[in-house]
Design a protein around this ligand. Structure first.
Ligand code: GTP
Length: 609
């Protein structure tokens, strides 16, 4: 295609606002897809995505399109699909950078959500032409006038400029495509310059190795070309070069502005990371500058994953190895816990990412797990100086067990996030209360319209990784939405709360919390454990402590009767059955010191942190 007939665009939308439905409609208008094969949501491939209705991985589709009444050649529209969730905002930003325009798609009944606005800001940063579109105007609950005002207030412009469509019936979809042709600029780039292409997605295929989605910025790519990836220094030869239209179709070259997929015997996705630059191996491209914006994925949330059955440890290792082939953004390393045995400490981009990985381990590998309460990575400055530099030693601690004794610590800093919350104005009070209760500092409050308020807070990341989102939803009856981005580190008065059973610490229950929250946290933890741990042969004290200072205590009273007591005088076989049953039960117990803890107690106690 000539460069001036290419349009690269993406759709920025909140989950469920109709992105996939609109993409399907656009595909239909190009008549590329056999209607018999047309299934809902052509672009989403992963099962989990389909079931949960969330788009996790970005992909691309090539849509040849001829505006009605246009006498010239057809245009090539490349739709680049972006992941919708906050945990993947880096990937979103790379996908946006592969485009010149974005369709801002907003549900006419729901209005803008925090996530959409966050992604809109990313699109504006990437200098994209924004085409505002309101979807679902067929719904009886649609409030088109009000929502159009809201959209116009946020992006500037007039409410009348907002296109009104129904992706469901197809109404207005052609107008969206025409607007893309008219308003989104054609790509710019130098066909003669050394080749540079931006990787905006990559994923692993068991048969072909890693498939790399890219957009050519300068030069061209052909099958057989020897390529080099600048961040990882991978070198290899392009085996397949293809476009998705929407099925994968081989192609013999891709030039400036074009979008495609290649394979080059790349063993795992960590070798072809999102944001990296593809160039050619060899002299001509030796000094080529990488495309701007590349970043190593940075895990933010950590959790220990332990197989419930310790025999599953090698299986869990295999599962993590396999998942890692596919996901360069989570990390794992072996760790041991006195209470839980052998497991792995894993790092994730955020909570949803954690949930997805755990769900995949369950679904694809069927390994029952205990996961420890999610924690963040602290920066701990020690009193001790580094003998070489004379500077204080700084440790990164993501497992509460690894926190040094209080008397060795000079300071602890924790990661913070900038949170954006959109809420109906009637809930502003409770939302502010929630944020302030979680050690938040307000940065801004803006009324987008009379009914909708945007609040910005600085919060410790640790405050939002447990039940913050659930709380927010519940106090606003589901009407508020949330987005966040990392905003550095701040010093904080943090302590480790340990839990002791029969005077022995149980490492898996230790947590790092703010000193002001330590007492309620410890109290809740011992009360919960008292409920969860069955009576033993003796009284078991359950204590929460900071260092050697006990801050909360409960006692699990000794069991009074032996199970056999009630069979007194009964027949022998019943007794035997009972004993067998007891033995069965024992297998599911973990011995921690002298106390037997059922597996479920770990699972339940750690569930809400
Ligand atoms: P994710 O893939 O989860 O990000 O969601 P999405 O934004 O792709 O939304 P999707 O296309 O899956 O649509 C969500 C729901 O809204 C589906 O049940 C669609 O059938 C429905 N929907 C989409 N567009 C319209 C529309 O114009 N009118 C009506 N009434 N429903 C629509």
């Amino acid at each position: 295609y000539p460069i001036d007939r290419i349009r690269n665009f993406c759709i920025v939308a909140h989950v469920d606002h109709g992105k996939s439905t609109l993409a399907d409609r656009m595909l239909q208008l190009t008549e590329l897809v056999d209607p018999r094969k047309m299934r809902a949501q052509y672009l989403d491939k992963m099962d989990i995505e389909r079931e949960r209705g969330i788009t996790i991985k970005a992909q691309a589709a090539r849509l040849p399109y001829k505006p009605l009444g246009d006498v010239g050649d057809e245009y090539l529209l490349n739709l680049i699909d972006t992941p919708g969730h906050v945990d993947f905002s880096y990937e979103v930003s790379r996908a946006l950078n592969a485009c010149e325009g974005a369709v801002l798609l907003v549900d006419a009944a729901q209005g803008m959500e925090a996530q959409t606005i966050a992604n809109l800001y990313l699109a504006l940063e990437a200098d994209l032409e924004i085409i505002p579109v309101m979807n679902k105007i067929d719904l009886p609950a649609a409030r088109p006038e009000e929502i159009a005002r809201e959209i116009a207030a946020i992006i500037g412009g007039e409410p009348e400029d907002v296109l009104r469509i129904s992706a469901k019936t197809g109404e207005g979809v052609r107008e969206v495509m025409d607007a893309i042709v008219d308003r989104v600029p054609a790509p710019t780039g130098d066909p003669e310059a050394p080749t540079r292409a931006l990787i905006f997605d990559s994923f692993y295929d068991a048969y072909r190795g890693t498939l790399v989605y890219f957009r050519v910025v300068d030069g061209r790519l052909e099958p057989g070309h020897k390529i080099r990836l600048l961040a990882t220094n991978f070198e290899g030869e392009i085996d397949d070069l293809a476009v998705n239209s929407p099925e994968e179709t081989p192609i013999d070259a891709l030039g400036v502005g074009e979008v495609g997929v290649l394979s080059a015997a790349i063993k795992n996705v960590a070798e072809a990371k999102v944001g990296d630059t593809i160039t050619l191996a060899g002299k001509k491209c030796r000094d080529v500058a990488p495309l701007p914006g590349y970043r190593e994925p940075l895990p933010m949330v950590f959790s220990g994953l332990y197989p419930i059955d310790s025999d599953d440890f090698p299986l869990l290792r295999d599962a993590l190895d396999k998942l890692r082939l596919n996901d360069a953004s989570f990390s794992y390393e072996p760790e041991t816990s006195a209470a839980l045995g052998f497991g792995f400490r894993c790092g994730f981009l955020g909570l949803l990412h954690l949930e997805i990985v755990i769900e995949r381990i369950d679904r694809e590998f069927d390994i029952p797990l205990v996961t420890t309460a999610p924690s963040v990575r602290y920066r701990v400055t020690l009193e001790r100086l580094d003998p070489e530099t004379g500077e204080p030693i700084v440790l990164e601690v993501s497992n509460p067990q690894d926190l040094p004794e209080p008397n060795q610590i000079a300071a602890i800093a924790e990661p913070t996030v900038r949170v954006m919350i959109l809420t109906p104005s009637s809930y502003v009070g409770p939302v502010m209360q929630l944020c302030e209760g979680r050690r938040g500092n307000m940065e801004a409050m803006d009324y987008l319209t009379e009914e909708r308020v945007e609040l910005r807070y600085q919060l410790p990341l640790a405050s939002i990784i447990t039940d913050f989102f659930d709380q927010l939803k519940s106090i606003t009856r589901g009407y508020a939405s949330l987005d966040y981005e990392p905003s550095g580190y701040q010093e904080s008065n943090l302590v480790r709360v340990d839990v002791l059973l029969n005077a022995e610490p149980v490492d898996a229950f230790s947590s790092i919390v703010h000193r002001d929250e330590a007492y309620p946290f410890g109290k809740a933890m011992v009360e919960k454990l008292k409920e969860l741990i069955p009576r033993q042969m003796f009284d078991v004290p359950v204590q929460a402590a900071i260092g050697s200072k006990v801050i909360a205590r409960e006692t699990i009273k000794a069991r009074r009767k032996d199970v056999l007591a009630k069979c007194y005088g009964g027949d022998v076989s019943r007794k035997r059955k009972l004993l067998e049953k007891q033995k069965e039960g024992k297998k599911k117990m973990k011995n921690v010191g002298s106390v037997e803890i059922p597996q479920e107690a770990f699972v339940s106690a750690l569930r809400t942190g």
